[in-house]
Design a protein around this ligand. Sequence first.
Ligand SMILES: [Zn+2]
Ligand SMILES: [Zn+2]
Length: 270
Amino acid sequence: MAVPLQSNNIPTNHRPSLLRVTCLITTTTKSHPNRVKLVVVNPPQSNDPTLQSTWTHRFWVAAGCTTVFASFAKSIIGGFGSHLWLEPALAGFAGYMLADLGSGVYHWAMDNYGDESTPLVGTHIEDSEDHHKWPCTITRRQFANNLHSLARITTLIVLPLDLAFNDHVVHGFISMFAFCVLFCQQFHAWAHGTNSKLPPLVVVLQDTGLLVSRTHHMIHHRKPYNNNYCVVSGAWNKVLDGNKVFEALEMVLYFKLRVRPRSWSDPDSK
Ligand SMILES: [Zn+2]
Ligand SMILES: [Zn+2]
């Protein structure tokens, strides 16, 4: 059923011009299956300042990459010195797997609890909610804009570890874990890309399951919006969703703290 847009009912400052309406969503609700709800959303455009990188963003990404590279270099140099390569390689693999698990737990927490006023992670929660309103906007974010939050955390944690430890096995773990954490929002952005626009190597890494794939991540953006949270390789999604780990955690938090996760809301309202 076609529903005319009653633009007179929309305040002037919120009234979309025909050119700016890029996404019209019509949905029905369980309680009113015949009623069409027209939602007009205006995702930020590519030139929106909130999607551009600033010099502060670039500084933190450069600092994060430097600390990760220093950790990686310590691992490689230690490997040459000791001729022991298996242990740091296994430690690196453990870092890669743990980063995928961590990305899922953090993403689940940001999607379901708190709001923009939550200390330390309020902006992450707000970004997460915006991402669910306009999933494709992440592909329009500039590189450093997308990565700077996690780059700052990476820098502040990895720099002291670089200074405190010289063990090359420890750095095998730290460098791979920190690399995946720092770049997981880039992996996430690639999961929203299209084959023709992605670098061929990225498509190969996605198709082989080393990076989270597009088809895999799209499930997260469909009803009931409460699975496939991991965004590094997505390897943990099957384990976590198959065993209903997040659903169990949500029940525990509800019965202990009476806090309802957002995933329990009507998915149509997302
Ligand atoms: Zn999400
Ligand atoms: Zn996404």
